[in-house]
Design a protein around this ligand. Structure first.
Ligand SMILES: [Zn+2]
Length: 334
């Protein structure tokens, strides 16, 4: 009698537990995951990063406030001194070393670009000099040849007359001396012109060399920097944000916003300028429309349509799993 009563009581408690667990399960499914703020703290920072914990705290709060400002219902993220739901930590490894190398490479590229524009300016000014000198030489040659022809004709005439009178002879001698001066000046200009041509050639060579090494460096840098958001990660199991690298303050703040976004359960979006895009290539700290849409999609109460969608996804997954485990009927028999 007593035993049966205990058994009934136990069964009743068990049923109550199952109903309660079911209620909690259903309620948690429908509940808005953003209704309660998540807390975060800044954990250990590897000293090799040369950034203080205080600065990281400041940047993290700034990153959190960017999400907070986009959600009107309540605060999404709050900073706490220790512990909290999410911990941010900095781990120094090859990634940050590469980033520092990239930063150096970027500086070299900027310097070489400056050098290139100086060479280009020099070449342009030498080419102007080249054009002017070429015109001078052409005009000078034409004038010299005309004078020389006239002078020779006159000499020929006086020779045919058996000699020139003294006055004409002296005039012709002065003309010959002046022609010689003109010839020397023309030759000097031609020599200057040749030197100029050599200088332009050398500068052109320098220019091409700098362009080729610059292009190599730019392509290396592009390969190094166009990566997935691996500057940081968010591990949902440990609720840990780990930062591995950052090139500059803006890049670091973008990584912090991105990883805090993941901590809020946001996924990646397609917009290339968005903070939640898989590659950190934008330059702005503002959320794009795609980021805000993703936030709104996560931070809301679920509806029956969401249950239907979840069930549909599970059904499709099971279907795919069964399909892949079945033998391929179209395969030829041996
Ligand atoms: Zn990501």
């Amino acid at each position: 009698m007593v035993r049966a009563f205990i058994q009934k009581g136990f069964s009743f408690i068990l049923i109550c537990c199952i109903v309660y667990a079911g209620y909690i399960g259903v309620q948690s499914f429908f509940r808005n995951p953003c209704a309660l703020p998540k807390t975060f703290s800044v954990g250990p920072i590897d000293p090799q990063f040369t950034i203080s914990k205080e600065t990281v705290k400041l940047y993290s709060e700034e990153a959190a406030n960017i999400w907070n400002a986009s959600y009107k219902e309540n605060k999404l993220l709050t900073h706490v001194e220790t512990g909290g739901d999410i911990q941010i930590t900095f781990v120094y490894d090859e990634r940050q070393r590469t980033t520092i190398k990239n930063e150096r490479l970027q500086r070299t590229i900027d310097e070489e670009k400056g050098e290139l524009s100086t060479i280009k300016e020099t070449i342009d000014s030498l080419k102007k000099e080249y054009d002017a000198l070429e015109n001078t030489i052409t005009a000078q040659t034409k004038a010299y040849n005309a004078r020389l022809t006239k002078h020779n004709e006159e000499i020929e005439y006086w020779n045919s007359q058996g000699g020139a009178p003294r006055e004409d002879y002296q005039r012709l001698e002065r003309a010959a001396a002046s022609l010689e001066t003109e010839r020397l000046s023309l030759n000097a200009n031609i020599a200057r012109f040749n030197v100029l041509v050599e200088r332009i050639k050398n500068y052109d060579k320098d220019h091409n060399q700098v362009v080729s090494t610059l292009n190599e460096k730019i392509s290396t840098l592009n390969q190094n920097t166009l990566r997935e958001f691996e500057e940081g990660t968010y591990d949902p199991n440990t609720r840990m944000i780990t930062i591995y690298e950052y090139g500059n303050t803006v890049a670091l703040k973008r990584v912090l916003i991105h990883e805090l976004g993941h901590a809020l359960a946001l996924g990646h979006v397609e917009d290339k300028e968005a903070i939640m895009y898989s590659v950190n290539q934008g330059k702005s700290l503002a959320l794009t429309a795609a980021d805000k849409e993703e936030l709104m999609n996560v931070c809301r109460e679920k509806t029956f349509d969401d249950i239907k969608e979840s069930l549909r996804t599970i059904r499709d997954d099971i279907f795919l799993l069964l399909k892949s485990s079945l033998p391929d009927t179209t395969a030829p028999q041996e």
